[in-house]
Design a protein around this ligand. Structure first.
Ligand SMILES: *[C@@H]1O[C@H](CO)[C@@H](O)[C@H](O)[C@H]1NC(C)=O
Ligand SMILES: *[C@@H]1O[C@H](CO)[C@@H](O)[C@H](O)[C@H]1NC(C)=O
Ligand SMILES: *[C@@H]1O[C@H](CO)[C@@H](O)[C@H](O)[C@H]1NC(C)=O
Ligand SMILES: *[C@@H]1O[C@H](CO)[C@@H](O)[C@H](O)[C@H]1NC(C)=O
Length: 385
């Protein structure tokens, strides 16, 4: 039971990486294009056409989608979470030890003295995730992801990490949100790939496998999509603001007219760094009760089911741009030993985010997701499993 608690704790609390909302003024007057002006840059033409790059991903502790990158010359290897819910790249610094913080001990650490290509970023970075804070120095170095090499990439050398990251993250985080959200305000790794013309198209996509035994593992594709990994057409939804991959959702409905949530529409953040499907506590509590879930005492907003009941639970539809994207009960529950946990988790938000939902990796396992920076939209197609 203790082990189970530990796992649930990891999956739930810690995997919510969405950086806490910063006060970026909401633009209410400008149109879609106007809002994104200046964020679209044109590729330099190159003689040899670039092709999409593939990176095989692992899933850390059932929650975090991660893969390898290198920083520096010679390359120092790190495993980082590819997180669409934040926009900073950071790894633990070798200097982290001075803080007597456990995080650097079981992680790879970056040593600027061992890199010929390190340059100082001249500033500090400080990111507040739902799970805790990280801060340290900004540096610039060569970063390689899926064989694509970016020079002068700004990244963070963390000298402090909240204790929770010591056990719940691989080494660090690679943010794939928009750089307006980055602590450094410098282009993200993906933005640099786009700006330097290294990708055939300014898009990336995630295929997330189900379970360890899945025939095809999880894959991040930089610069394209892989048609073999999904079926049917994409449902595209425009981004509402250039920060998170944030879209408008028209509603969440329980099959058989047993409940409507996000009534009249709400914002939804598509976040590979969050394991579950998070919504406002008052709504997810109602949804979970309607499904017959039992509350997990001491973990607010979390519900479980008896696994034998799961097959009889109704579908839940997410209405996006007029299309119904359905999750079956098998897709919105997570089995941990002999307990089935509801993927719908409640959260208490502050301020403007009070009605926001987060579509985490549970949703992305069912729907292959493409993040399109040319058109500032997110597309979903049924993943082929
Ligand atoms: C980082 O930000 C957090 C929250 O804003 C703050 O509490 C902390 O003192 C900051 N740390 C540094 C080193 O600036
Ligand atoms: C990286 O920065 C150095 C100067 O700090 C500059 O000489 C070099 O051209 C830059 N490389 C790229 C690819 O921008
Ligand atoms: C996908 O879109 C094309 C063109 O709009 C259409 O002809 C086709 O029927 C669609 N396929 C599915 C599975 O909806
Ligand atoms: C999405 O944005 C594009 C412009 O980038 C616009 O042409 C289109 O109508 C928008 N779609 C919706 C459903 O608002």
């Amino acid at each position: 039971m203790n082990l189970l608690r530990g796992v649930i704790f990891t999956v739930i609390l810690v995997s919510t990486l969405a950086a806490e909302i910063v006060n970026i003024p909401l633009s209410t007057t400008s149109g879609h294009e106007e809002r994104f002006k200046g964020l679209v840059r044109h590729r330099r033409s190159s003689k040899s056409e670039p092709v999409p790059a593939l990176l095989k991903l692992g899933i850390f502790k059932d929650a975090q989608v991660y893969g390898p990158i290198t920083i520096g010359t010679p390359g120092q290897v790190f495993n980082v979470v590819f997180d669409t819910g934040s926009s900073d790249l950071w790894v633990p610094s070798v200097r982290c030890r001075h803080w007597r913080n456990g995080a650097s001990q079981n992680h790879n650490t970056y040593d600027r003295k061992s890199s010929r290509t390190y340059k100082s970023g001249g500033e500090y970075f400080n990111v507040t995730y739902q799970a805790g804070d990280v801060f340290g120095y900004l540096g610039k170095d060569i970063v390689t992801v899926a064989g694509i090499r970016i020079e002068n990439q700004t990244f963070g050398e963390a000298i402090y990490e909240a204790d929770i990251f010591a056990t719940t993250l691989p080494d660090g985080i690679l943010g794939m949100g928009v750089s307006t959200l980055a602590s450094s305000r410098q282009p993200t790794v993906f933005e640099n790939m786009v700006n330097k013309g290294m990708l055939p198209a300014p898009v990336f996509s995630f295929y997330l496998s189900r379970g360890e035994s899945a025939a095809v593992g999880s894959v991040l594709t930089l610069g394209g999509t892989i048609p073999e990994l999904y079926t049917g057409n994409f449902t595209f939804v425009n981004m509402t603001l250039p920060r998170y991959w944030e879209i408008r959702m028209d509603g969440v409905e329980l099959a058989g007219g047993r409940g409507t949530f996000c009534k009249g529409g709400c914002d939804a953040i598509v976040d590979s760094g969050t394991a579950l499907i998070v919504g406002p506590m008052r709504e997810t509590n109602k949804l979970n009760k309607e499904l017959g879930g039992s509350r997990v005492l001491d973990i607010p907003g979390l519900y479980i089911f008896s696994c034998f009941r799961v097959p009889s639970l109704p579908d839940v539809d997410f209405i996006l741009n007029g299309n119904r994207l359905t999750l079956t009960s098998a897709e919105y529950t997570i089995q941990i030993e002999d307990i089935c946990m509801s993927a719908f988790r409640g959260m208490l938000y502050r301020g403007e985010m009070y009605s926001t939902w987060i579509l985490g990796s549970t949703f992305m396992k069912t729907y292959y997701t493409v993040f399109d920076r040319k058109n500032f939209r997110v597309g979903f197609a049924k993943a082929r499993h």
